[in-house]
Design a protein around this ligand. Structure first.
Ligand code: NAP
Length: 476
């Protein structure tokens, strides 16, 4: 098979890079494409193109920005199957899950197209303060200029959409560095945006290693904001280097759900299993920890394990596949060593815990101490722990006993208990009667603690990507 040699996307042109690296499939280990490795000069060209285009984008009327995003959503719909196949190939995402991601990306760009029309300010009654008589004020929101976007491998199309969509909607320009394992989805979107009429320089894509290309973007003075989604360690490093730039960080988590006594387990079981194992658990709000009331515990565990054993392992391109390869061999080894550590400390492996090819079988652990890595760190693998609690208060304190705080879920029939959980859970979002893995693309999304700072969800990302300016008119 002939392997395509990809190019950098700079100033509306496809630019041949000096160096390349072979991208391989995580499932078959076969070569998929040759990926450009941008050098410092190429990154500089991309930033300069975005810097020059910032005035064009800021002046582009809102209806035109909105139309470009709507056209992009349409083009993506037209090439739906191709888009899903790209994600499945580069990320080993099972094709049905990849299709769901393309559908969400379409939604995200549609929301960005709508939200472009709603960017506005407010008027303020200045005479509420003595000395403010005969003055009135209003606010406007202005684009920041160049946004540096750095994205992870796990949603290579939709998380890129959560950067590109709001940036274009609010009149910014972008320099994007996608994850090294999943750059093809970004190149594909650039093609469609070109066709949709995006001005040259408004989007630039530079691929290469995080520590070189990413670092050059993070430390460049022309870049006014970094929007990063990825691991906490990299996120913290970026924050430390970004100086006075605005920074939003969408980081990791070890998300949990609480199951109260009296919940209809038949109704929630499929959803809990999907939340734990969708895309092999490589989802930032993947269900990693389950705390079940002792009255329901035995039945919950038995049903969960039964359902887990029905999941189909295999090729990501096979529509029957539920679970495929982890993103890298290194991650398989890490996951196995964490399972071994848990077993050595008395945890029970009820199913999984072994590897077939590059696939770690979906793994269910019980009796796991909170200090073990499978509990207190982000597993980012198809591993879930199910522990027994004697009260919901106890469950809440386990959920909060975490460095992370992205989203949490609670299943309960009792309204007061649910509202108490809302008050006490230390997370960015509480899902009542749902798993923590719920997300649609216009809701505010982000975490507390080491799960990050700032919010995504188009309207909220636009706030982050714009600066408020105050105008005061003196009528005296
Ligand atoms: P990662 O290793 O942190 O990489 C994310 C991005 O950062 C990649 O593009 C990477 O480039 C780049 N990078 C690496 N080192 C860098 C550096 N020193 N300076 C600048 N950029 C650098 O994360 P990942 O493994 O791709 O993704 C998994 C993580 O993302 C998990 O922790 C997950 O929870 C988190 N995540 C969070 C959310 C959310 O919304 N909260 C959503 C999805 C994922 P290379 O690929 O070239 O290394």
């Amino acid at each position: 098979m002939k392997i395509e040699r990809k190019k950098l996307f700079i100033n509306g042109q496809w630019v041949e890079a000096q160096q390349h690296q072979t991208l391989t499939s995580p499932y078959t280990n076969e070569a998929i494409a040759e990926i450009p490795m941008a050098n410092a000069d190429e990154v500089n060209q991309a930033i300069e193109a975005a810097h020059k285009a910032r005035k064009v984008m800021a002046k582009l009327p809102i209806h035109k920005r909105s139309a470009i995003l709507a056209k992009l959503a349409q083009l993506l719909e037209n090439r739906f199957e191709e888009a899903a196949k790209i994600i499945a190939l580069e990320a080993a995402k099972p094709i049905e899950t990849a299709k769901a991601e393309v559908n969400r990306s379409i939604q995200t760009y549609k929301f960005a197209s709508f939200e472009a029309n709603r960017i506005g300010g407010e008027t303020l009654p200045l005479d509420a303060a003595p000395g403010g008589e005969n003055r009135f004020a209003y606010t406007i929101r202005e684009p920041l200029g160049v946004i540096g976007a750095i994205t992870p491998f796990n949603f290579p199309m939709n998380l890129v959409a959560h950067k590109i969509g709001p940036a274009i909607a609010s009149g910014n320009t972008i320099v994007l560095k996608p994850a090294s394992q999943t750059p093809l989805s970004s190149f594909f979107i650039a093609e469609l945006l070109q066709e949709a009429g995006l001005p040259d320089g408004a989007l630039n894509i530079v691929t290469g290693s995080g520590s070189t290309v990413g670092d050059l973007i993070v430390t460049d003075d022309r870049v006014k904001m970094i929007t990063f989604t990825g691991s906490p360690a990299v996120g913290m490093g970026i924050r430390n280097k970004a100086g006075l730039k605005r920074v939003t960080l969408e980081l990791g988590s070890n998300s949990a759900v609480i199951i109260d006594q009296g919940v209809n387990l038949d109704k929630i079981m499929d959803r809990c299993v999907t939340g734990a194992f969708s895309f092999q658990g490589q989802v930032c709000i993947s269900l990693q920890r389950v705390y079940v009331h002792e009255k329901e515990y035995e039945r919950f565990v038995q049903m969960f394990v039964e359902k887990t054993k029905t999941l189909k392992i295999g090729d990501p391109l096979d529509p029957e596949t539920d679970i495929s390869a982890l993103i890298s061999k290194k991650d398989v080894e890490r996951a196995l060593s964490w399972i071994a550590e848990a077993e050595e400390s008395g945890a029970k492996v009820l199913t999984g815990g072994i590897v077939e090819g590059n696939v770690l079988l979906p793994t269910v652990l019980t009796d796991v101490d909170a200090s073990l890595k499978v509990s207190c760190q982000e597993v980012f693998a198809p591993i879930v722990i199910i522990n027994k609690v004697s009260s919901i208060d106890e469950a809440i304190s386990h959920v909060n006993d975490s460095r992370f705080g992205l989203q949490a879920g609670i299943y309960t029939e009792k309204l007061n208990l649910a509202l108490e959980a809302v008050e006490t859970l230390e997370v960015g979002g509480v899902m009542i009667n749902d798993i923590p893995t719920f997300r649609v693309d216009h809701m505010p999304y982000g975490g507390v603690k080491e799960s990050g700072t700032g919010r995504e969800g188009i309207k909220y990302a636009i706030e982050e990507m714009t600066e408020m300016k105050l105008v005061v008119i003196n009528r005296n």
